[in-house]
Design a binder for this molecule. Structure first.
Ligand code: NAD
Length: 256
């Protein structure tokens, strides 16, 4: 029996590396998926790729800017109109910013917080009635190792990621008697198309990145996005029925 048979999921940031891997794994495990992203052409490509890899996969592609509060209700309404129910919300959309705090602009703060933190809160708020009706509702919020290990230069991103941990636990406490579990996954270095493009600009190939040793973690390597998708799948599934307010580090063992 597939682990998500009969379940419906919303995945934000679905056109990115971790979103794509998660959508594919969820489809393999029988879920119907509303895949949300602001990048419509990448979204269509990912939806097509998942349908090709998993024949019969039911994927609804929703182009939306989750940084807008009004998008949350529309995404949930479209998902419910298409599938009739909702069991899983994966808040995964994220943007990066590279301003040291001494120079951090209000508009950058607003953008990073609206996409990386507030969208998680608004999507959860709008999804909660349907998740409660599910009886086994699950929210999985994608944070980062940098929620716990902030560094110089990405303070807005790291603060938002720390906020996701707090939001996850608060929501878990608030929803525990309504049957909705809320957990977080903190990926470490994950080799997504974003990073491949970033390093290509420095003359380093994907193959270089796959073979070079890294200092960030004790496995000394990047994760494949599918290695992050598996803990997301597990937390979303009924196998994780005793896990709520939990944080799973999918990071190869971060060095502190
Ligand atoms: N890749 C890593 O090394 C890594 C490490 C730690 C945490 N994460 C987190 O994992 C999540 C996924 O990361 P990824 O590496 O797959 O990133 P990615 O950049 O490949 O994907 C993010 C997706 O979010 C979408 N998005 C951005 N703004 C949006 C908006 N306003 N509305 C809707 N969609 C929007 C982008 O278009 C993109 O498709 C992010 O939250 C990221 O912060 C990634």
């Amino acid at each position: 029996m597939p682990r998500l048979a009969g379940k419906t999921a919303i995945i934000t940031g679905g056109a990115g590396g971790i979103g794509h891997a998660t959508a594919r794994l969820f489809a393999e495990e029988g879920a119907r998926i509303a895949l949300v992203d602001i990048d419509s052409s990448a979204l269509d490509q990912v939806a097509a790729s998942v349908r090709e890899a998993v024949p019969g996969a039911e994927i609804l592609a929703i182009e939306a800017d989750v940084g807008q509060e009004s998008a949350a209700g529309q995404i949930v309404a479209r998902s419910l109109a298409a599938f009739g129910s909702l069991d899983i919300l994966v808040n995964n959309a994220g943007i990066r910013s590279y301003e040291p705090l001494e120079a951090a602009k209000a508009e950058t703060w607003a953008k990073v917080l609206s996409v990386n933190l507030l969208s998680y809160a608004y999507l959860a708020r709008e999804a909660l009635p349907a998740l409660r009706r599910s009886g086994k509702g699950a929210i999985v919020n994608i944070s980062s190792t940098h929620a716990f290990n902030p560094r110089a230069g990405m303070g807005q991103y790291d603060a938002a990621k720390a906020g996701i941990i707090s939001l996850t636990k608060t929501l878990a406490f608030e929803e525990v008697d309504r049957g909705v579990r809320v957990n977080a996954v903190c990926p470490g270095l994950t080799l997504t198309p974003f990073h491949v493009r970033r390093f290509a600009a420095e003359g380093r190939s994907e193959q270089d990145l796959r073979t070079e040793q890294v200092d960030h973690n004790i496995q000394r390597r990047w994760a494949d996005p599918r290695e992050v998708a598996f803990p997301i799948l597990w937390l979303a599934s009924d196998e994780a029925s005793f896990c709520t307010a939990s944080v799973i580090m999918a990071d190869g063992g971060t060095r502190v």
